[in-house]
Write a new protein. Sequence first.
Length: 146
Amino acid sequence: MSTADRGVNIGPPHFKIAVHSIVWLAKSGCTLSSAMIANQVDSHATFMRRVMQALLVAGIVESKGGREGGYILLKSSADITLGEIYSAVNTCASEPELDVNNCGAAGDQLDVELEKILYNAEQQTIDYLRKFTIADVMNRVDFFVV
C-alpha cells in the first residue's frame, strides 16, 4: 500500500522524495543518476533533478558529470538529519518580514501574525526532525530484495 493509498501526507512533496532519494543513495553506496533515483522513488527525473539540486546546494550530495555521472552522498547516513533535508528542500523556511507600510488593516495584521506563528511551528518541526538521521530511518525499515 502506498502513502497515497493510506491518505498520509509527509510534509512538503520535495521532503518525502528527498528522504527517499537519500536513503537509496545510502543503500547503494555509489553514484546514481537522477533517472535511476527517480525510478526507485517513483518520481519523474525532472522533478528529481530539482530536489537533488536543493540537496546539492545544501552540501548533502555531490554531483558528478559525464557518462557515469550522477549523485553521491557527501556525508554518511548517520550524519544527515531529517531537519537538514527539510530545510534544504523547503523554500518557505525564511522568517517573515513585517511590512510597516502595509499594516493598517486588521486583515494585514492577521496575515503577519499567522505567518509568524507558522514560521515558529515550522522551526519547531525542523528542530524535532534534527533528532533523526537517515541511518535512524533506515534502521526502522525492513529492506528486502525483490
